[in-house]
Design a protein around this ligand. Structure first.
Ligand SMILES: [Zn+2]
Length: 356
């Protein structure tokens, strides 16, 4: 549902109280959700990349301008979901009707509304251009050649509704709404020319919840910066003892932490990041950076070869990156000893083993 924010605060509070029951039922925020966190969730989700087809509701088809806006909103949802969330595609035989007009079953203040029954399907309605609310008359920006101030962008409202269908509740904003543009799924819709009235992509706190509930597209994809996921970095050496100058391979593995709050993201391997190898001689207190580790043979792994001539301690470092919702970590230390090697068995099939 979208509720206009063009009335006074006093009136808004009264209206909210009147529709409070319906709003709570729709939003059902997770207990303890803090302001500026990922959007709250509704209950139930679709399958990964589930293909949801929609059609125009017979007898209640939108005008061509609103159809275009809704289809653009669907494309916006698909392009900006940043996850394996469901996709929306127009199909005249689609199972999920989208209607427009006086038949809309929205709450008294709703510009648009939805029903959902994941993973089966959904419905959606948009109020008609000129619909009279007791706060004023609805203007869809798309209904004008030159959109007037005070109009609602139907494409943005559609994106809010598609976000709900995915399972997103309304974002919980700071008291001063300074983070309003961190989410398009909002209780109060804005009108032209207010900031955020025409957002055409899911924003980071919408995407954060879509990632939590639908998982990432691949292991290299960046996490929403509305998330702050701890990571776990481990390091292993191919051998614990080498002869002087012989090669040892250091292998690091980076993954998302194991908090149950991370839902689908728990333990995800994390590829394509900058993981650095550091070393120090045994007994030294300061670390020297060797360099950036290379991509390893499997997702989330990083490798570097070393040829120590003296016993060495190694650790891997993943610094908290910018533009990525991951928190850095440093691996435990790995010791590689240097010793002479004895040959066991006849020379013809000798096996190198450390001297003891
Ligand atoms: Zn909404």
């Amino acid at each position: 549902m979208n509720i206009p924010m063009s009335w006074s605060r006093t009136v808004a509070v009264r209206r909210l109280a009147a529709i409070g029951l319906a709003l709570v039922a729709l939003v059902a925020p997770t207990a303890g959700v803090a302001a500026h966190g990922p959007d709250p969730t509704l209950s139930g989700f679709f399958g990964p990349n589930q293909d949801l087809r929609y059609r125009w509701r017979s007898g209640s088809e939108p005008t061509s301008a609103i159809k275009s806006a809704i289809q653009a909103g669907a494309a916006d949802a698909n392009a900006s979901r940043g996850s394996r969330a469901a996709t929306f595609t127009y199909d005249s035989g689609g199972a999920n009707p989208i209607g427009y007009g006086s038949g809309a079953s929205c709450g008294v203040n709703g510009l648009a509304c939805f029903t959902r029954n994941a993973p089966s399907g959904f419905t959606m309605w948009f109020r008609e251009q000129g619909h009279v609310f007791d706060w004023g008359t609805l203007k869809w920006c798309q209904s004008y050649t030159t959109a007037p101030n005070g109009c609602y962008d139907a494409r943005t409202i559609a994106l809010d509704e598609f976000g709900h269908v995915e399972g997103l509740g309304h974002h919980v904003n700071y008291a001063d709404n300074s983070d309003y543009n961190d989410a398009v799924v909002q209780t109060y819709s804005r009108t032209k020319p207010q900031s955020g009235y025409n957002i055409h992509s899911f924003q980071r706190c919408d995407v954060a919840t879509l990632q939590l509930e639908y998982d990432m597209v691949n292991t290299s994809a960046r996490y929403s910066t509305c998330l702050h996921l701890s990571t776990v970095l481990n390091l292993a050496a191919s051998t614990s003892t080498v002869t002087p100058g012989a090669v040892v391979t250091l292998s690091a593995a980076l993954k998302v932490g194991g908090s149950s709050a991370y839902d689908q993201l728990v333990g995800n391997p994390v590829s394509g990041r900058t993981v650095t190898l550091q070393r120090r001689t045994l007994g030294s207190t300061s670390w020297t950076t060797v360099g950036t580790m290379s991509a390893g043979p499997s997702a989330g792994t990083y490798v570097t070869s070393q040829a120590p001539t003296v016993a060495m301690e190694y650790r891997a470092v993943f610094s908290t990156p910018s533009g990525d919702g991951l928190v850095g970590d440093t691996s435990p230390t790995v010791v590689v000893s240097v010793g002479f090697v004895c040959l066991a068995g006849p020379a013809s099939d000798a096996v190198a083993v450390p001297c003891v």
